[in-house]
Design a protein around this ligand. Structure first.
Ligand SMILES: Cc1cc2nc3c(=O)[nH]c(=O)nc-3n(C[C@H](O)[C@H](O)[C@H](O)COP(=O)(O)OP(=O)(O)OC[C@H]3O[C@@H](n4cnc5c(N)ncnc54)[C@H](O)[C@@H]3O)c2cc1C
Length: 391
């Protein structure tokens, strides 16, 4: 047996195991409201973790399963096939946790990461500031070293889940005199520390999923530093790369579930009323399905890069741009079918779940902003992949 066929056999066996588990699992219905969604998906994360399905490609030391990114891909595909949701703590699992696993101290890996994977601790990412989004390196939150503690002062914004989080991976300036990329450190902040205030902001979806975070004389032990002092910029790039690459992989699975749900509802409705859906419905669904399949092909390449250890890479920006375009196309196309019933979504035509599609459509507008805007991804692609001059 060659290595390749052994790997394929191993993945097939893993797929059968996942499928059998999901067939027996009590897959939750996800409420539309934020509180309900948070509670249900956190519980679901715990269930998945206990079954060994969160942190599949993470090291065992960090609470993971020590398998490969290909196993993670198989699991994600089966999750989609079963119509099951993703866990809630993805900023931890897919974004900041991976950087802590790579760059963190032993105590950080061993004590913080298993709780992150199980959903016991929710994590947020404290990067953006009111004046520093695309130009992240200009951030002004300061961390002053005093004995064996950092004292942090400043403000973050758009910090997703900050009001629910136990921990924050935060960027702060530790050397004000160094060139802007060189004076930044990557710190792990306990959100219950005195001086941390998370004030929720309401989005156009009606949810308050992200926050402004104020930091006033927040004391953080030196052992919460990840990597070297003033050397946080490289780790921030690693985190952003995960947000653009691995996160896209997950979201793609959600799009598959969404397309399948739309098809199922429309087909069920057509059967019930005894008429075929009009051509424009088939056209919109066809476009969405094609886009989701194209993103699948793109993410397969990402998994190969993960297996080969080729992350971070400017190619992550191609994934993020793909995510944005597919997400916005999918949710706009299906929501378009609601026509004027967008305003009375609970009476949506074609058997569609109107309120869900309208909400997803609104949320999809954020895809071209978080993790670095689409313009920024295009700049990276232009400069670093195509070798074009800086704009
Ligand atoms: C739903 C959501 C969740 C988020 N969650 C988090 C989070 O958890 N943690 C966190 O730290 N941040 C988070 N963000 C913030 C996000 O990373 C920033 O919004 C993003 O990086 C853009 O920064 P900005 O909003 O300051 O816009 P700006 O940087 O002010 O950009 C404004 C506009 O100018 C354009 N622009 C700026 N510079 C250039 C350039 N050089 N070339 C071309 N165009 C340019 C941008 O593309 C954009 O259209 C989140 C954002 C959203 C929408």
């Amino acid at each position: 047996m060659t290595d390749t066929s052994r790997n394929d056999a191993d993945l097939d066996a893993y797929r059968r195991r996942v499928r059998a588990w999901l067939a027996r699992a009590d897959i939750p219905e996800v409420p539309l409201d934020l509180e309900g969604r948070f509670t249900v998906l956190r519980e679901w994360q715990k269930t998945l973790y206990e079954a060994g399905f969160v942190g599949i490609a993470w090291s065992r030391k960090a609470g993971g399963q020590g398998l490969s990114p290909l196993h993670q891909l198989v699991f994600s595909e089966e999750l989609a096939r079963a119509g099951a949701p993703q866990p809630i703590g993805l900023i931890g699992v897919d974004v900041v946790g991976k950087s802590i696993e790579t760059y963190g101290l032993d105590w950080q890996r061993e004590q913080l990461l298993p709780r992150l994977l199980s959903g016991e601790d929710i994590w947020c990412q404290g990067f953006s500031e009111p004046e520093s989004g695309s130009d992240l390196a200009s951030l002004r939150t300061r961390a002053r070293l005093e004995g064996d503690e950092f004292v942090i002062n400043g403000q973050k914004v758009w910090t997703s889940w900050a009001h629910k989080a136990q921990w924050c991976a935060l960027l702060a300036r530790t050397d004000a005199d160094a060139p802007k990329h060189r004076g930044i450190s990557y710190l792990l902040v306990d959100m219950s520390s005195p001086g941390v205030t998370a004030r929720p902001l309401v989005q156009m979806t009606g949810d308050d999923e992200f926050c402004e975070v104020f930091l006033e004389d927040v004391r953080v032990p030196v052992r919460n530093l990840v990597g070297g002092l003033h050397e946080g910029w490289a780790i921030a790039q690693d985190t952003l790369s995960h947000e653009r690459g691995s996160y896209t992989l997950r979201r793609r699975v959600e799009y598959e579930v969404a397309v399948e749900e739309a098809v199922r509802d429309i087909r069920g409705h057509a059967d019930a009323v005894g008429t075929e859906p009009p051509d424009r419905v088939l056209e919109q669904l066809g476009r969405s399905y094609t886009a989701v399949r194209a993103l699948e092909a793109l993410t397969r390449r990402t998994v190969r890069r993960q297996v080969a250890g080729e992350i971070p890479s400017p190619l992550d920006s191609v994934d993020k741009l793909g995510l944005n375009e597919v997400e916005q196309l999918l949710y706009a196309s299906v929501t378009d079918l609601l026509g004027p019933f967008r305003l009375a979504a609970d009476r949506a035509p074609f058997g569609l779940d109107g309120p869900r599609w309208v909400k997803e459509h609104y949320y999809s507008r954020a895809a071209s902003v978080y993790g670095g805007t689409s313009q920024i991804q295009k700049n990276i692609i232009g400069e670093r992949l195509l070798g074009l001059p800086r704009g």
